[in-house]
Design a protein around this ligand. Structure first.
Ligand code: NAD
Length: 512
């Protein structure tokens, strides 16, 4: 393994992760000789190519699915703690490659290096958590109403799982799913975003070595390709009982219909439109720092990015003044440079979408307080943007995947919560207040309607120990910690008669 450090070149980073200039994009226990269209991975900081991947064809998908079914047959027979041991070794290998992988994420996706490294750490944390889970896949036992009977629930492996991931967390979302699915006894097929293929290649190569060292069946499979060759056939495939899909609401609605048609299971982690409420009694320093990271971090390309800020009248002016000043001093540039706070958007399409959204903002009466432009340099850079908005602007109900923050003012907390909840999405939310009554009001059943609700921390940067996911059009899925593992297993209720009579439940008599 090459030691990767600040001075390492792009070629050294790629080589240390086993990536060549031209790579097959399909893995079914072995790398397939894919004949699909090449996908060129572009560095969004420079607009230059990094390497290319030959995408999987429909035939490749068929081989990958067959391999995953076979691997499941074998893997489900492994005791769960032994499966956990394989995942423990995966965590160790990820630790060994953290620096290189973190840099690759930054090169390919454009998030700043500390976030790239943080994403690898999130994979490691997930794997560590899953190792513990492998000894805690508990079922309940119940008291039977019938004499000399015992009743309990047990959890069995489910089958091959299809994992569809978005570009913005190119590896962590795979780990949320794959580490848990692996200890649960499932095999899997990963369909990553075609915008970020190299990260998926690098992680699959690491996983391949861990499986080989353990003589384990090929549970971690990969199909890089577009939705037509891979995403849609996988979603429609009855051999895949669960599809865990992360991405836009449009994608979720499309695959949700296909899954409903075949009664397949879904975990949908879709778009957010996250809000922070700041009351007059809030600690403004705390709120200010949290809003900055949550709105500008990852260049506004997190599902949990703060897109709407609700300021109570008494502090609104001061908070806007601070934000405008801070937005002007955000250091935009090469995300590998430790001084940079905001890197590029993922591609030219994302920049165009942001500019189109800002045209709509202006048409709908919004006022740009800061930013709103492309940055004149190679790559896909934009200014972080603050917009004074009103709840009547329809554009504020949409997720634009870019660093635009809509600011609203309010007088009473109830009014802020009502507007906060009035959008179709329901992922993450936060309130900044020092008043316990306001905090509890926000967390009450008639408060925030989101899957995540925080007090005095921002909307982004969730920890893996909790169940992650959102309500309404965010899809209702839950991943990562808590009891999310149950979605990757099938529940079986067992009743055992250890007597010599055959009593029926509910007192039913059926004697001949
Ligand atoms: P996207 O919807 O364009 O693509 C996501 C993935 O779905 C890609 O792999 C894509 O190829 C695949 N896909 C798209 N349509 C498909 C179809 N019909 N059938 C099968 N596969 C299909 O999203 P993106 O631009 O990559 O990512 C940004 C979006 O993801 C944002 O909306 C963001 O909020 C969301 N996101 C949500 C979460 C979450 O946990 N809630 C996390 C990260 C990103």
């Amino acid at each position: 393994m090459t030691t990767i450090q600040n001075e390492s070149s792009v070629e050294e980073i790629l080589a240390s992760l086993g990536i060549e200039q031209d790579n097959p994009g399909a893995f079914a226990g072995t790398w397939l000789e894919t004949k699909g269209e090449p996908i060129v991975s572009i560095n969004p900081t420079t607009g230059e190519p990094l390497a290319s991947v030959r995408s999987a064809t429909a035939d490749d998908y068929e081989k990958i699915a067959a391999t995953s079914v076979e691997a499941f047959e074998a893997w489900r027979r492994w005791p769960a703690p032994r499966r956990g041991e394989v995942v423990r070794q995966l965590a160790m290998e990820l630790r060994n490659h953290k620096e290189a992988l973190g840099r690759l994420i930054t090169l390919e996706m454009g998030k700043i290096l500390s976030e790239g490294l943080g994403e690898v750490q999130e994979m490691i944390d997930m794997a560590d958590l899953a190792v513990g889970m492998s000894r805690q896949l508990y079922g309940l036992s119940m008291h039977s109403e019938r004499p000399e009977h015992r009743m309990y629930e047990q959890w069995h492996p489910l089958g091959p799982v299809g994992i569809i991931t978005a570009f913005n967390f190119p590896v962590a979302v795979w780990a949320w799913n794959s580490t848990v699915a692996a200890v649960c006894g499932d095999s899997m097929i990963w369909k990553p975003s075609a915008k970020i293929p190299l990260c998926a290649l690098a992680v699959t190569k690491i996983a391949e070595r861990v499986l080989a060292a353990n003589d384990a069946p090929p549970i971690f499979n990969l199909a890089i390709g577009d939705r037509h060759a891979v995403g849609q056939p996988m979603t429609a495939d009855p051999r895949i009982p669960l599809i865990s899909a992360t991405g836009s609401v449009t994608m979720g609605k499309s695959i949700g219909k296909v899954l409903a048609d075949r009664l397949g299971r879904a975990i949908l982690e879709l778009g957010g439109n996250n809000g922070i409420v700041v009351t007059d009694d809030a600690d403004l320093d705390l709120a200010f720092r949290a809003v900055l990271f949550a709105a500008v971090g990852t260049a506004g390309q997190r599902c949990t990015t703060t897109r709407r800020l609700f300021l109570q009248k008494g502090i609104a002016r001061e908070m806007k003044r601070r934000l405008v000043a801070a937005y002007g001093s955000i250091r935009i540039g090469d995300p590998l440079d430790p001084d940079t706070l905001m890197g590029p958007l993922v591609d030219g399409g994302a920049v165009d979408d942001m500019m189109a959204a800002l045209d709509t903002v202006r048409e709908q009466g919004g006022q740009v307080l800061y930013g709103g432009h492309r940055v004149d340099r190679p790559g896909y850079f934009v200014e972080p943007t603050l917009v004074e908005a009103t709840p009547h602007m329809p554009i504020t109900c949409e997720e634009t995947f870019a660093p635009i923050l809509y600011i609203f003012e309010f007088e009473e907390l109830d009014e802020a919560i009502e507007v906060h909840n009035s959008v179709p999405q329901g992922l993450s939310s936060a309130i900044f207040t020092t008043n316990v009554l306001s905090a509890e009001r926000f967390l009450s059943p008639w408060g925030s309607d989101c899957g995540i609700a925080n007090v005095n921390i921002g909307t982004s940067g969730a920890e893996i120990g909790g169940a992650f996911g959102g309500e309404k059009e965010t899809g209702g899925g839950r991943e990562a910690g808590s009891d999310s593992w149950k979605a990757y297993m099938r529940r079986q209720t067992c009743t055992i008669n250890y007597g010599s009579e055959l009593p029926l439940a509910q007192g039913v008599e059926f004697d001949i």
